[in-house]
Design a protein around this ligand. Structure first.
Ligand SMILES: Nc1ncnc2c1ncn2[C@@H]1O[C@H](COP(=O)(O)OP(=O)(O)O)[C@@H](O)[C@H]1O
Ligand SMILES: [Mg+2]
Length: 360
């Protein structure tokens, strides 16, 4: 063994046999971000506040958080669109600030708002991206046709995108992100605002990509989406990581069953919440006339709750016990439910409002 090889090994194992990290080892992390911080509006908004995330190669990591929690800011920094104020990030080992062009070569980005050109057809959009990505001349057209086929858009290939539904646009946008076959894909709320059927369709497409070996960082406000697609979930709130684990671990940490009681009216639910709060291990939540308690020993606690409500002459309209969902995990961590449905509703009403104005 040469002396330099010996000293390398010594450096690797360090004193007392401790393993230290060998910097030239190829990274098994597709995304490795540390302490990312970003402030907007002259410091008034801390969009990211010491944010860390790791995405191992070949996995799907879900970045889960409510509206305004910093998800898009994180994706924009990781995809070199935005510079962080502090912290660092490596994408496939390339530094986002010092090696931005190398980073751009290994990533694809599809966002919440489809960026495809409305006036071009599906094929024309993908051809354009193929040329922008400098694909070899003869390969642009076949790649476009292959993607249109893969995403169920062959029949609509020669129609302008303006005639596409929301789900079709989102699929085309995702196809556009894949033209250059990036090994790492950032999906920023890929299904927000889509109808349930289009959402399921897009989930199938994403699952197929992952089976094919693509690494994915997916932001979402939908707990079920993270549950279904992600190997690991990072929960973000106000620019900070508040939990990190597999969906199963996050649910297990809550360590309990959720008891849901439907009372006659909102006031009864509030009263019942006071009467029963000693039965709950972590969270009590009132939503209208629905009361949710996180409990150990579900059936015994349910029976005790029934006894107390009965003694107080408070009728129950419904009772259920269920395993905690990621929704319950989020509630336990932040004290609030995600607000995605209201937001999607407002967004679609907003669009309708604008359209009505344009046509009148
Ligand atoms: N360019 C910007 N200028 C000012 N504030 C911004 C800008 N971009 C994002 N923010 C603010 O930063 C916070 C995080 O935003 P964002 O990353 O878009 O959250 P999310 O994607 O989770 O909804 C929000 O308070 C948002 O209003
Ligand atoms: Mg966003």
């Amino acid at each position: 063994m040469s002396l330099s090889r010996f000293s390398q090994l010594l450096a690797l194992y360090g004193p007392f046999g401790r393993v230290v990290i060998l910097t030239e080892m190829p990274s098994s992390l597709a995304v490795d971000a540390r302490g990312l911080t970003k402030v907007f509006s002259k410091g008034a908004v801390r969009a990211l506040d010491g944010f860390d995330i790791e995405v191992p190669i070949g996995q799907v990591v879900g970045l889960l958080g409510p509206n305004g929690s910093g998800k898009t800011t994180a994706v924009r920094i990781l995809s070199t669109i935005l510079q962080p104020d502090a912290g660092s990030a490596a994408i496939m080992g390339f530094d986002v600030q010092k090696q931005a062009s190398s980073v751009r070569r290994v990533i694809g980005l599809a966002g919440q708002y489809a960026t495809v050109d409305e006036n071009l057809t599906g094929t024309e959009n993908l051809d354009m991206v193929g040329h922008l990505c400098h694909l070899a001349r003869g390969t642009v057209k076949p790649r476009a046709l292959e993607l249109l086929e893969q995403f169920g858009l062959s029949d609509a290939a020669d129609r302008p995108v303006s005639t596409y539904s929301g789900g079709m646009r989102r699929r085309l946008d995702l196809a556009a992100a894949l033209v250059a076959r990036p090994p790492l894909l950032f999906l920023d709320e890929p299904t927000t605002g889509l109808d349930p059927q289009s959402r399921l369709g897009l989930w199938d497409v994403i699952e197929a990509l992952v089976k094919g070996g693509t690494t994915v960082l997916l932001t979402t406000q939908y707990l079920e989406e993270a549950d279904r697609l992600a190997n690991r979930v990072v929960v973000i709130d106000s620019g900070k990581v508040i939990a990190n684990g597999t969906p199963a671990e996050l649910k297990r940490d809550l360590g309990a069953t959720v008891l849901e009681l439907t009372l006659a009216d909102d006031a009864s639910a509030t009263t019942a919440s006071e009467m029963l709060k000693d039965l709950s291990t972590k969270v009590t939540h009132v939503d209208g006339n629905l009361l949710e308690l996180t409990v150990e020993k579900g059936p015994a606690v349910a029976a005790e709750a029934l006894r107390r409500l009965d003694a107080a002459d408070m009728p129950l309209l419904g009772l259920s016990l269920h395993e905690p969902s990621l929704d319950d995990v989020f509630l336990a961590l932040t004290g609030q439910k995600t607000e995605v449905d209201t937001e999607a509703l407002t967004a679609s009403t907003g669009r309708k409002g604008r359209k009505a104005k344009e046509t009148s």
